[in-house]
Design a protein. Structure first.
Length: 379
């Protein structure tokens, strides 16, 4: 494919704008952007110099004739727009979650296969440079056989952030959709992609949140917290999704003779005391990466019986796009491989709707909290 590729963007917030920048960085023409609110989509299109903008997705597909669509809206809005794009013959880049439940996610995966279009699923923090470094160290036997992984994070999110899609399961909200997807992708990238078992517990610590108009960008929602939360005229919305989760999983690894145990512990509203981290334990050592998504630094415990900070290899550093912001850089890493694949060029394997639909089914399982056994009769 020698001609220039064209992409149509769905979503005017942080993700939509970030996707547009990522596709432009690899030479794809951003031909249009679609949003819900006319004045917002007009403002964003003018700011980003995007020639077409509107609020009608089907009309935009017809007018722009894109090769690719990029979905940067909340997960509850994905199903219809992706279905229409696939039926239009477009390749699809989609942010996590793929949809709001496993059944619709599987439908999209099967539809994409039947229409022979390529898909990319952006649980993209597996592209963090220290995670790539950890993957190399594990594959080279630096910790022996991997046996266990520990992922701990506490975000201390404001309880009074305005009510919106993140509070509603039907809109793609919840910490599993918007945190666990990245964590699972990180661990599978290092240990192995085959998930053998999973169980978990979730909890809604939020309860309710103030309803505020004018919040269009997820990244700036904190700026809209009401000054007077005791105002009797303030309206409140009820949360129906998890803000805390604990998940146990087992993964098959080509580097291990036994299944690798994984703990995912996340408190969205809980304060952290020590740093968030990801640790890969093995039969001969361990790798500790600071940060909830592995931002670093990275430390290795080996036969010297002490933790030592290990510098990022130069080739990994050189391969990182020159983009500020972890999220934006990771999007670009995924877009780079996705576009290579569409063009028929050599590419590194990336996550697709296959993984997106699997992750959504796993989230459904975890949310059911169906693994607990009543032991009160034993007391």
């Amino acid at each position: 494919m020698n001609r220039n590729l064209k992409v149509l963007i769905s979503g005017t917030g942080f993700a939509g704008q970030g996707h547009a920048d990522a596709f432009r960085a690899v030479g794809v023409e951003v031909v249009g952007i679609v949003g819900r609110t006319p004045e917002v989509v007009t403002k964003v299109a003018n700011k980003m110099n995007i020639p077409y903008h509107g609020t009608d997705w089907l009309q935009a597909l017809q007018n722009c004739q894109p090769d690719i669509v990029s979905i940067g809206t909340p997960g509850g809005a994905h199903y219809e727009s992706i279905t229409q794009a696939i039926n239009f013959g477009c390749h699809v880049f989609c942010d996590k979650p793929l949809t709001h439940n496993g059944a619709t996610a599987v439908e999209l995966y099967q539809l994409a296969k039947s229409k022979n279009v390529k898909t990319a699923f952006a649980s993209s923090f597996r592209y963090m440079p220290r995670i790539i470094h950890a993957k190399r160290l594990v594959a080279n036997g630096s910790i022996g056989e991997p046996v266990e992984v520990e992922c701990i994070s506490h975000f201390n999110l404001e309880r009074d952030i305005p009510f919106g899609w993140s509070h509603r399961a039907e809109d793609g909200g919840g910490r599993l959709n918007n945190n666990f997807t990245h964590k699972l992708s990180i661990v599978t990238s290092v240990i192995g992609e085959k998930i053998l078992s999973i169980s978990g517990e979730v909890r809604d610590d939020m309860g309710k949140a103030p309803i505020v108009k004018g919040v269009h960008n997820f990244k700036t929602r904190r700026e809209h917290i009401p000054e007077n939360l005791d105002d009797p005229n303030l309206q409140w919305g009820e949360s129906n999704v998890e803000w805390t989760y604990t998940v146990l999983a087992q993964l098959e690894s080509p580097m291990a003779s036994k299944p690798v145990s994984v703990l995912f512990k996340h408190g969205g509203l809980n304060p952290r005391f020590n740093e968030d981290h990801i640790v890969f334990y093995g039969t001969k050592g361990a790798i500790y990466v600071k940060g909830h998504y592995g931002s670093g630094p990275l430390y290795l415990w080996d036969e010297r019986k002490k933790w030592q900070e290990i510098s990022l290899p130069q080739d990994i550093d050189d391969d990182q796009p020159n983009v500020s912001g972890d999220t934006e850089r990771n999007w670009l890493c995924l877009v780079r491989e996705f576009v290579k694949d569409i063009k028929g060029e050599p590419f590194e394997l990336y996550q697709t709707f296959k993984e997106g639909s699997l992750y959504q089914r796993l989230i459904d399982i975890i949310r059911r909290n169906g693994n607990a056994i009543d032991v009160r009769h034993l007391a």
